[in-house]
Design a protein around this ligand. Structure first.
Ligand code: ASP
Length: 306
């Protein structure tokens, strides 16, 4: 029985010429360590659900990614985060949208799944729920990072009213998909959304079926311009192509990415795993932080296209 996990740390204009060797090394070692930990947990019979949550938490705690601590700033200079977790074996799911001051939004999403009769909680209500269950709340300064602040300033200077996807391409939304020893699948995604977003914009990372999906045959997490994944219901679409058209995981994943923006490039990518341990990681940007550790394959961490 194969088991393993795939993770991503966001897609975007990630060019080798723009990424310093030190920073590249930081991404490699953190993603590598997370894959190693996740694989060890799976080898000790931990569930896919626990493993995707833990992998996403580790990335949320790092300033390198646009999630949790490293979340981007909104137009109003706040950090509003989205997250979703799905247990493919039970259909259980939980999500939070535009939450502020929440440490590890993915854990709050899991609490929504396990401790409420709801699926998606938003904004102040989600924060109230977090307080009631004793979830860790952080002050605003916990989420301050120079890089994100400078990104917002650059976006405001070019102000044309649009939100941007990590224009420097150095950071991104995070996600994990896993298959455990019992053949169960799970998916999790967490994001700060788009720099300079306004009006409590909510992204695909909090919407089941758009940015995240899992059932008994596949698990999917996406990254990129959320509006495109929402328009196409991308994560669910991947599973539907497998289910109704009998396409393979790779074919379905490629088709979903091809449809983004009606065939435009530079929209984003996704990671996916099926119940046999096959994986797919297509994207149409110049790079996507990604890696896998599957029992029958050499583990790898990759950033650029080839
Ligand atoms: N998909 C995220 C959003 O639109 C952004 C990202 O993946 O970087 O909110």
């Amino acid at each position: 029985m194969n088991y393993g996990l795939v993770i991503h740390g966001g897609a975007g204009t990630i060019l080798q010429s723009k990424l310093s060797t030190e920073l590249e090394q930081e991404y490699h070692s953190l993603l590598g360590a997370i894959l190693q930990e996740g694989h060890t947990s799976l080898s000790k019979s931990k569930s896919a659900l626990d493993v995707v949550k833990q992998a996403v938490r580790r990335m949320e705690d790092s300033p390198l990614f646009n999630a949790g601590k490293g979340a981007v700033f909104t137009h109003e200079k706040k950090n509003e985060m989205d997250a979703t977790i799905i247990d493919g074996s039970t259909g259980g799911c939980g999500a939070v949208a535009m939450v502020t001051n929440i440490r590890n939004p993915i854990s709050l999403a899991r609490a929504v799944m396990e401790r409420t009769s709801h699926i998606l909680l938003g904004g102040e209500g989600a924060k109230k729920f977090a307080e009631e269950i004793g979830h860790t709340i952080e002050q605003d300064d916990y989420f301050y990072t120079d890089r994100r602040w400078l990104q917002l300033q650059a976006a405001l200077e070019n102000e044309n009213g649009t939100a941007i996807l990590d224009h420097n391409g150095k950071h991104g939304t995070v996600g994990a998909v896993a298959l455990d020893m019992n053949g169960h699948l799970a998916a999790a995604t967490s994001s700060g959304g788009m720099t300079n977003k306004r009006y409590n914009r909510i992204g695909d990372s909090s919407l089941i079926g758009c940015g995240t999906y899992a059932n008994t045959s596949c698990a999917v997490s996406t990254t990129g311009i959320g509006e495109e994944f929402m328009r196409n219901v991308s994560a669910y679409d991947l599973s539907a192509l497998m289910m109704y058209k009998n396409m393979s995981l790779q074919e379905s994943a490629d088709e979903v990415v091809r449809k983004l923006g009606n065939g435009k490039e530079n929209i984003g990518g996704l990671i996916a795993i099926d119940d046999n341990g096959n994986i797919a990681m297509p994207f149409n940007t110049t790079g996507m932080y990604r890696g896998y550790y599957i029992s029958n394959k050499q583990p790898a961490v990759l950033i650029y296209k080839d």
